[in-house]
Design a protein around this ligand. Structure first.
Ligand code: ARG
Length: 568
């Protein structure tokens, strides 16, 4: 935004004039605040930071500074205590904002901080042959939004689905399948059937402990590349993936890689050898570990006493592989808070191995999904919980549309956008570390802070535009931007870029979700009092404002992974 830079330069010049030589333009920008209330102006500059250097009271400095400020973008400046508040000229700034949005369209708010460098995002990562849990839903939704956000900041995101497709449980599963499995059943409902087999294994193993040995020996055969074991494992994996794929399609999420834990089987010897050469491995109860005493962490387990590798070993191998393959600038792991220690250990081990880049690895934890205040777990017998939730949300959305807008075209498609969007938005509007109370009704209301509310506002704005022709890039009469409610909308539009930047720096999609709610509310207030379609010379300015709102709402929702139908 040009005017912001102009204001920064003006302040900078005035500071020079006053004899302040210690502040760069970047520092002025850092200190520049956005006042908490609109009637306090659009920007505020705090003067107490200059008191020491000027040996004057901050209030006096503010007075002196304010007198020297002159700029065409400013309507006026006001001194409030130690602050100088800047009021933009609503017509000049408003025109610039709207022109920028209309010119740049969905590129509005795009940043170039990333310089196309890559960021890997480890997300979703469900476990094969097990139901897709709520935790995996959160990881999918948050990870996908973060990928969109880093892309908007100029990075190239690499979405990696680190499938849980390896481990001793597959030995047990093969054992159970060979004893009680029925091919047809697995084909029909893979996750449900495999889970049943897995549960049965544990029940029977309590009576017949020798089953555990059989399980272990099947896993050993699997690790040794036994043909039968491998082909069963592959089949379980494929069938499970087919089911996960349905969920991803429903949510409109794609991945760059499905390299899960199994992919690293042949890449772990190298890691273990390297740890050995670097003299980091120690023995503990027959197992090989890396001590992390200096960090006050328990040791990181690398190899069990029977020679089997572990989850952490595979994550080490994955990190090295990803660095080689993608040369990432940052690596994000969107995984529940319960795994915090695991990631600390992995990052510390990499650091001990001498990899500086381990500092650019971030675990992005999140809270739990609660139902009636309790952790939401897969209910017994109801295995494909998540898919059911999504389908239920779509159905509710469809009912809603039927009562509100029975003649809507493409009803089914819209219901899908609204239902799925509601679930995603509900997850993302909360700060990720907070637990989320799951409630379909709350997600799907059209009032309040919900996805459907934002979508509906967008559709409403689109419907105005269908009734009148916006003439873009036409000089317009700008009086309309002086309206108090119009200015609230405009000043939110100009904050979009800032919000994206913050969401990126804090890995926090909720800031974008909240922003879309604020913008939708501001627009609805504007729409409630201003007759947009009235035939007067302000009409084009108002329409351009409406058009800008549709662009930014849609783009904000897209960053979250939510679609914005034009009618609903
Ligand atoms: N499959 C794991 C789980 O469900 C999550 C994997 C997370 N990613 C990773 N690189 N460890 O708990």
């Amino acid at each position: 935004m040009k005017y912001k830079q102009v204001i920064i330069s003006t302040i900078y010049d005035v500071l020079m004039e006053m004899g302040i030589s210690t502040m760069s333009k970047a520092e002025v920008e850092k200190k520049l605040e956005i006042p908490p209330k609109q009637d306090m102006g659009d920007y505020a500059f705090p003067c107490f930071i200059l008191a020491k250097e000027l040996k004057k009271a901050p209030v006096q400095i503010a007075q002196e500074l304010s007198v020297l400020i002159k700029n065409e973008y400013l309507e006026r400046v006001e001194v409030v205590g130690p602050y100088v508040n800047f009021f933009l000229d609503k017509q000049i700034a408003g025109l610039e904002i709207v022109s920028e949005v209309l010119n740049e369209k969905d590129n509005f708010g795009k940043l170039s901080i990333g310089n196309k460098k890559k960021i890997t995002i480890d997300l979703s990562s469900p476990n094969i042959a097990k139901p897709f849990s709520m935790g995996h839903l959160r990881s999918t939704v948050i990870g996908n939004a973060l990928a969109n956000i880093v892309e908007k900041c100029g990075y190239t995101p690499i979405r990696i689905n680190h499938l849980g497709d390896w481990g001793t449980q597959f030995g047990k599963l093969i054992t159970a399948y060979k004893m009680w499995g029925v091919e047809e059943k697995v084909k029909r409902e893979p996750i449900k059937e495999l889970l049943t087999l897995y549960i049965r294994f544990h029940e029977e193993a309590e009576q017949t402990p020798v089953l555990e040995d059989t399980g272990r020996s099947w896993f050993k055969r699997l690790e040794d590349g036994d043909k039968e074991a491998l082909s069963l494992w592959k089949w379980f994996r494929e069938e499970s993936l087919k089911e996960f794929e349905r969920i991803y399609q429903l949510m409109g999420i794609e991945f760059d890689s499905f390299n899960g834990e199994a992919f690293y089987n042949d890449k772990m010897d190298v890691v273990v050898n390297e740890l050995e050469t670097k003299k980091l491995l120690t023995e503990s109860d027959g197992a090989m570990v890396v001590s992390l005493e200096e960090y006050d962490h328990p040791p990181c387990l690398i190899k069990k006493s029977d020679g089997a590798t572990l989850y952490a070993t595979r994550d080490l191998a994955a990190a090295l592989y990803r660095k080689r393959e993608y040369d990432f600038a940052k690596a994000l792991y969107v995984v529940g808070g319960e795994q915090s220690l695991h990631f600390k250990q992995v990052f510390h081990v990499l650091n001990k191995m001498g990899y500086e880049w381990s500092k650019e690895m971030h675990h992005i934890p999140f809270g739990m999904m609660l139902k009636d205040g309790k952790k939401m777990s897969t209910r017994k017998g109801k295995v494909v919980l998540l898919e059911e939730v999504l389908q239920e949300a779509i159905q509710l959305a469809a009912q809603n549309i039927d009562t509100r807008n029975p003649n809507l075209a493409h009803k089914e498609e819209v219901a899908k956008m609204v239902g799925v969007g509601a679930v995603i938005f509900h997850d993302l509007k909360n700060y990720r570390l907070n637990d989320v109370e799951f409630s379909l009704e709350a997600m799907l209301t059209f009032e309040g802070e919900t996805g459907p509310y934002v979508q509906y506002t967008h559709a409403r704005a689109c419907s105005i535009l269908r009734k009148a022709n916006v003439i873009e890039h036409e000089p317009v009469s700008l009086e309309a931007f002086k309206d108090e409610k119009a200015w609230t909308v405009l000043s939110l539009l100009m904050k979009f870029e800032e919000v994206i930047k913050q969401a990126y720096h804090q890995f926090d999609p909720s800031q974008i979700a909240k922003y879309t709610i604020d913008l939708a509310q501001a627009f609805n207030k504007y729409y409630g009092v201003v007759r947009i379609l009235d035939e007067d010379e302000q009409k084009q300015a108002r329409l351009q404002l409406v058009k800008s709102v549709t662009i930014v709402l849609k783009e904000g929702l897209r960053l979250l992974g939510v679609k914005a139908p034009e009618q609903m």
